[in-house]
Design a protein. Structure first.
Length: 268
């Protein structure tokens, strides 16, 4: 360990179980010397194993619906009380598509489902940033990271309306990131991660086939949840103080590939 986050304080959204990137990030943040609050929606807390993570990282849990400004204000205020002041880092690891869960095709969605997924997966990030900004909750040179996926730029049919949600999320990071940088010297970035077998990832139709394809396309292979946690820690650290407004691909090189020998071998 490198003590990269020694003395730093944060909030981590979205840890559900040991397969989730947020869970791995919390473990790594703890190892690197950070203290933080864990948060998720009350229903997700009941479904998951967050108490175990909290115990292992000496963290407190504050339930919050990330689509509710009132809940987020309570979360940020209580977090600053618990942590003793302003916050150094925040991870937004939240995503959900009801259309995907209900097997509604992109060409014929339930638009109430579309709006709910958009609100949870993308607008929630704007609301988190809004509350942090107006509460002046972030320390100078702090870092805010949200997780995204390359379907925001390219077509992956089975990713459905989550692709639209991720595109909106990335735009929020750039737009709100400008104000955070200008006013508070705070960084806002997104990480575009390899397909990862989390609870959310496994819910996407054809996921097993795609993760195998991605592995063969990527010169370094897919990045795991643990790999993503390491990368996130680097963005929380002082080593990346001038990196902001970026969508950072963390995918073993997949995003710059056209075709690989391993994939071509399947067709020859």
């Amino acid at each position: 360990m490198y003590n990269l986050l020694k003395g730093k304080k944060g909030i981590i959204f979205g840890a559900l179980n040991e397969n989730s990137i947020a869970w791995k990030t919390a473990q790594r943040a703890h190892e690197e010397g950070a203290v933080f609050v864990l948060t998720n929606a009350p229903a997700s807390i009941r479904m998951g194993e967050l108490d175990v993570l909290a115990k292992n990282t000496n963290s407190q849990i504050i339930p919050a619906d990330a689509t509710s400004i009132e809940d987020l204000e309570n979360l940020v205020e209580k977090s600053m009380e618990i942590l003793g002041g302003q916050i150094d880092f925040v991870l937004h690891s939240i995503g959900m598509s009801v259309n995907v869960r209900k097997n509604k095709p992109y060409t014929d969605p339930n638009y109430d489902f579309t709006e709910k997924g958009w609100n949870v997966s993308a607008v929630s990030f704007h609301k988190v940033l809004n509350v942090l900004y107006h509460k002046k909750a972030m320390k100078d040179w702090g870092s805010i990271v949200a997780l995204t996926y390359m379907a925001a730029q390219r077509v992956f049919p089975d990713y459905n309306d989550m692709a639209d949600n991720k595109a909106y999320l990335e735009s929020i990071a750039r737009s709100f990131g400008y104000y955070f940088g200008r006013d508070f010297k705070v960084r806002v970035n997104t990480i575009s991660q390899s397909p990862t077998p989390t609870t959310a990832g496994n819910g996407v139709k054809g996921f097993d086939g795609f993760i195998n394809f991605s592995e063969k396309m990527s010169p370094l292979g897919n990045a795991s949840a643990a790999d993503c946690a390491d990368y996130t820690i680097s963005l929380f650290s002082d080593l990346t103080k001038k990196v902001t407004l970026q969508n950072l691909f963390h995918d073993g090189g997949f995003s710059n590939m056209g075709v690989s020998d391993a994939v071509m071998d399947k067709f020859e």
